[in-house]
Write a protein that binds this ligand. Structure first.
Ligand code: BG6
Ligand code: MG
Length: 216
């Protein structure tokens, strides 16, 4: 018996491919500002808060706070434009099926996302009824890799970390899960999520039974 009673899903890059839209938003901003930024640099931004992401793009360039705020708002405007068309059809392969299996098994599910846009994306995906809690960019102060966001979600579910599996596509997210005492399922290449208890390329074809068996 695994003692697992719930799953806490990261959102961007786990349930929906909005990770690409975050990239495109930052890319547009970086191009406008003449800052060097591409897909390689973007890998380090996965799962990282909006502010931390901008600071990583700026590297050692020092800017006044009002300029930083303006750039974060501009990137978010671009992101909101990109996600306008997000619909239930944009769920990543296997994600909805796993949420349905979790419900059918009487287990709980939550979203633990660093994004301040998480609630809107959840609503556009039409999965709110499959979730018992949403912890997002407004829920805690310390961003991933601190465990705070997942601890917030576990508390909302009324469960200890050891009873929850965190599902993540980011190295910072797996680090956060481990720091909080959660079980972890990493999605993506082992170079990125290899520190997780269990690693799959994606959720495509992944069954609940299979996860529970492998974590046993
Ligand atoms: C995470 C994404 O889920 O949310 C990051 O992986 C993003 O790329 C972060 O920067 C914050 O999102 P937002 O929507 O609040 O800017
Ligand atoms: Mg993610």
């Amino acid at each position: 018996m695994t003692g697992i009673k719930a799953f806490i899903f990261d959102l961007d890059g786990v349930l929906v491919d909005t990770a690409e839209y975050h990239y495109l938003g930052w890319k547009r901003l970086a191009d406008e500002e003449g800052l060097p930024f591409g897909r390689l640099e973007n890998e380090a931004l996965r799962g990282i808060s909006r502010r931390e992401s901008l600071l990583l793009i700026l590297k050692d360039r020092l800017l006044p706070e009002d300029k930083i705020q303006e750039m974060m708002e501009r990137k978010n405007r671009y992101y909101l434009e990109f996600i306008r068309a997000v619909s239930p059809a944009d769920m990543l392969p296997g994600a909805r099926e796993l949420l349905l299996e979790i419900r059918a098994a009487g287990m709980q599910a939550a979203v633990g996302s660093a994004s301040k846009n998480a609630a809107q994306v959840v609503q556009q995906l039409g999965i709110a009824s499959l979730l018992d809690a949403i912890s997002d960019g407004f829920s805690v102060t310390n961003p991933k890799p601190a465990p705070d966001l997942f601890l917030h979600a576990a508390a909302r579910l009324g469960l200890p970390p050891a009873a929850c599996v965190v599902v993540e596509d980011a190295a910072a997210g797996i680090q956060a899960a481990r720091a909080g005492g959660f079980r972890s399922l990493g999605l993506g290449p082992p170079e990125r999520v290899g520190a997780a208890d269990l690693v799959f390329p994606s959720l495509a074809g992944v069954r609940l039974e299979q996860i529970l068996k492998k974590l046993d």
